[in-house]
Design a protein around this ligand. Structure first.
Ligand SMILES: Cc1cc2nc3c(=O)[nH]c(=O)nc-3n(C[C@H](O)[C@H](O)[C@H](O)COP(=O)(O)O)c2cc1C
Length: 437
């Protein structure tokens, strides 16, 4: 019998016009209204998914390059996913919802209050995807901009402060007993004064404590500091890694060591490995799609150039496709790592066309070279991950009913038949379901 795994869906382009440029724009595509997302959330719940994570970045990037970010909607606009969450909770009963939150954007007391409110309203189904991007600092009066590790330090102080506020009521502070004529005992509420490196505030919080535990903490950082954060704090780690046995095992060992270093058990954290599948109806079609991707036309290259221009805040669409890419066009705001990810192993004489074409190239699920394949082949892959001890999978895509149906329609019955995907939820909310097996 194969092993049950946990499933998350990552709305990778955030709460924005994610479908821009796709044919399903024609189908009821009103991205500022909740219905589009509610319908998809219901499908994820019928499928038995643990949670939906909604990407976010609060900024359109640097002032000089805003057009690159918005002209094809790759970098914005984005509405606030925290405020979409209640609409999704209202449309579902068991699915966890994890909006992305950046500690730079919420003072701890406000955050503790808002998250407590949503945790109560949702029946303990809130997750928080905690990210530490500092590129938005200037919008929050946050100067000087923090460095990479310092942003993680701040995130830990923020989270600890929020947790202290959630615990500012003693267990017996809430009485709610009409016979005694007492709702609560003020002597059992504590100020938990916080004077830290980044925040200073007093409690107690004016929200009541949780009965089924705190919101689930989700984290996506893959650096050494990011993994340490996950080990110390997270219930769910979103993992980006090659999906071979060695890489999976090494990644899991690092998270488990980080958990142990913080006095936690490996089983406290569910690690979900990200997969962005391209599902097709037959192995022959998969071969055709992969073969075609090796020879992208100019329109396909242009689409990749647009996406990279937004991510790297540098206009690649203005560069001649048939000349070598001069990396001097990238300003100081572009990290070496981002340029390396774009250029790959190509040398300085390589034309941009070849570099972009490498990003268009797809591989087959069947031979482990990529993620194009049939639902059966994807299920084989997921099953194999489970055989290696994997906790779960993060499917990565848009959140539109057409996109969700296309991915899940065939896959879910196969996974369920094989005993990989749950067939029922337990009561108690997101954490209870994450720990149901
Ligand atoms: C699956 C996944 C989801 C992510 N989601 C977000 C996000 O919504 N917003 C964001 O600012 N960064 C997001 N990131 C980026 C990470 O938060 C982080 O900035 C990045 O991984 C760099 O951190 P690191 O140096 O610890 O790896 C995501 C990364 C991964 C792998």
């Amino acid at each position: 019998m194969s092993r049950l795994q946990h499933f998350g869906w990552f709305l990778a382009r955030g709460f924005g016009p994610q479908g821009w440029g796709h044919p399903y724009l024609d189908w009821n595509y009103r991205w500022t209204e909740p219905r589009l997302y509610q319908e998809s959330a219901r499908v994820l719940e019928q499928a038995g998914f643990d949670l939906l994570i909604i990407e976010d970045a609060p900024s359109l990037g640097s002032a000089e390059t805003i057009d690159l970010r918005v002209r094809q909607a790759f970098g914005g606009p984005k509405h606030d996913p925290l405020l979409l969450a209640p609409y999704l909770f209202d449309a579902t009963r068991h699915l966890g919802i994890a909006p992305t939150v950046n500690p730079a954007a919420y003072l701890p007391y406000t955050a503790a209050r808002q998250f407590a409110t949503l945790q109560h309203l949702s029946g303990h189904r809130l997750g928080l995807n905690v990210v530490t991007d500092t590129g938005s600092a200037r919008h929050f009066g946050d100067a000087p901009q923090l460095g990479h590790d310092a942003a993680y330090d701040r995130a830990e102080e923020w989270l600890r402060g929020i947790q202290d506020l959630w615990r500012s009521w003693d267990d017996d502070a809430l009485i709610a007993d009409p016979a005694r004529g007492r709702y609560a005992d003020g002597d059992k509420l504590h100020a938990v004064p916080h004077r830290g490196a980044h925040f200073a505030f007093d409690g107690p919080l004016n929200a009541i404590p949780f009965t089924e535990g705190d919101p689930a903490i989700v984290s996506p950082g893959g650096s050494g500091r990011g993994l340490a954060f996950a080990g110390a704090n997270s219930d769910v780690q979103l993992a980006l890694a090659p999906l071979d046995r060695e890489s999976i095992t090494a990644y899991r060992a690092k998270i488990h060591a980080a958990a142990a270093a913080s006095g936690r058990a490996p089983s406290d954290i569910r690690i979900l490995f990200a997969i962005q599948p391209v599902l097709v109806s037959s192995p022959e079609e998969a071969d055709r799609v992969v073969a075609a991707s090796a020879h992208p036309d100019d329109a396909a290259l242009r689409w990749i150039a647009e996406r990279q221009s937004s991510d790297l805040e540098t206009d690649l669409t203005a560069v001649d496709l048939d000349r070598p890419l001069d990396t001097a066009i990238f300003g100081e705001h572009v990290s070496e790592g981002s340029i390396r990810r774009l250029v790959g192993a190509h040398d300085a004489a390589t034309p941009l066309r070849t570099i972009l074409a490498a990003h268009a190239r797809l591989g087959r699920l069947r031979d482990g070279s990529g993620f194009v394949g049939t639902a059966d082949e994807l299920a084989d892959r997921i099953q194999e991950l489970g055989d290696w001890g994997n906790d779960g999978v993060l499917l990565w895509g848009d959140l539109h009913p057409v996109a969700v149906h296309r991915t899940l329609g065939e896959l879910v019955p196969i996974l369920r038949r094989r005993g990989i995907l749950r067939s029922e939820y337990v009561d108690g909310g997101l954490k209870a379901n994450l720990h149901a097996f």
